[in-house]
Design a binder for this molecule. Structure first.
Ligand code: NDP
Length: 326
């Protein structure tokens, strides 16, 4: 029996990605075989569909860092055929074959049961990006929001869109930073109460402290923007550092930490322990308005992935791509 997958192969001048028929015995050894129903496109997927950015070590490779589906076979007592499951992280789609495939074989430890109240499609509309937004929002909550609006950078992207919707659902004032003014209506619809043009925060730090403006921040951008934002946080407020869409360097000073007690909280979704994953997914199912989630969805198929992978690396994808593997 064959199934379809997006296979990335090494070529003389880089890599090439194409949809191919595969056989089950080519899947890696692991305890649980899943009939994948949906996957999605994250920034890392863009890297892995293309030449890899150092993430993929072995070719041919099947990318897809997250997926949802139904268990088909399991050697682990925690999962039985018919169970609905979700996978994010654990370097699946990078070091291990991933979700751009109608079948995937993975370790039982990497799966979580599909959260109650979500369909497999909704789970991938959330995907790694949305799951990470929830981790970021929980980290801010654990450290306490201050009074001002909560800033979300890279707001029209996957992490940003879900963060805006989650924070709005919690009753927060949300300031959305975007470089795409044409996405203002979309962001306001998700719950943003203020739009901040990217250019306003793009300049490097001139003064280490500016006026205290933001009561919290989910940052998907990093780089000069994060450095700038640190100096604008309210006394004792926290920034959850999620991404590096604007660069990995942090040209900042330590002054906001020392004089304003600002907290910089690192958010990693890949190696999160099982209990935290279950907690975050349950919270997503409870908090995220499903009609807002649907507004973020861009439907796609395996054939669309080479184009979408390139688009996400250029910051041109809006919201959440949902790849239908059925
Ligand atoms: P997207 O490409 O969907 O979103 C990124 C957004 O950042 C873009 O839509 C754009 O938003 C903004 N942006 C892009 N380029 C720049 C730039 N040069 N300067 C300023 N803003 C820019 O990606 P995701 O939302 O999926 O991921 C966002 C980041 O989070 C990535 O770096 C990703 O690797 C990281 N990430 C980290 C995880 C973790 O575990 N820590 C998990 C998941 C993602 P706009 O057009 O609105 O300005």
């Amino acid at each position: 029996m064959t199934f379809k997958a997006l296979v990335v192969e090494k070529t003389e001048d880089g890599t090439s990605a194409s949809v191919q028929d595969m056989e089950l015995d080519r899947l890696p050894e692991a305890e649980v075989t899943v009939a994948v129903e949906y996957s999605t496109v994250n920034y890392k997927d863009g890297l892995c569909i293309g030449p890899g950015g150092g993430l993929v070590r072995k070719y041919p490779h099947i990318p897809g860092i997250d997926f949802s589906g139904t268990v088909e076979a399991s050697d682990d007592p925690r999962y039985s055929p018919g169970d609905k499951v979700v996978l994010t992280g654990w370097r699946v789609g990078e070091a291990h074959w991933g979700g751009y495939s109608q079948k995937a074989r993975v370790r039982a430890d990497w799966l979580v049961p599909l959260p109650e109240g979500l369909t497999t499609r909704q789970a991938m509309a959330v995907g790694t990006a949305g799951f990470t937004s929830m981790l970021a929002v929980q980290a801010l909550e654990d450290h306490g929001f201050k009074a001002g609006p909560v800033l979300v950078t890279g707001a029209a992207g996957g992490v940003g869109s879900v963060a805006v919707a989650l924070l709005a659902a919690m009753g927060k004032q949300v300031a959305a930073v975007t470089g795409r003014p044409e996405q203002e209506a979309y962001l306001r619809d998700l719950g943003a109460t203020q739009i901040v043009p990217r250019a306003e925060l793009a300049e490097t730090v001139k003064r280490p402290l500016e006026s205290e403006t933001w009561g919290g921040c989910v940052d998907a951008v990093g780089g000069a923007m994060l450095a700038r934002v640190l100096g604008q946080m309210e006394y004792g407020a926290s920034v959850a550092a999620v991404g590096l869409a604007g660069g990995a360097a942090l040209p900042a000073t330590v002054i906001p930490f020392l004089l304003r007690g600002v907290n910089l909280l690192g958010i990693d979704s890949v190696m999160q322990p099982y209990e935290n994953r279950v907690r975050a997914w349950a919270r997503i199912a409870e908090l995220l308005p499903m009609e807002k989630l649907e507004e973020m969805v861009v439907p796609a198929t395996l054939e669309d992935l080479p184009r979408l992978g390139a688009d996400i690396l250029k910051g041109q994808v809006r919201g959440r791509v949902v790849v239908d593997l059925n």
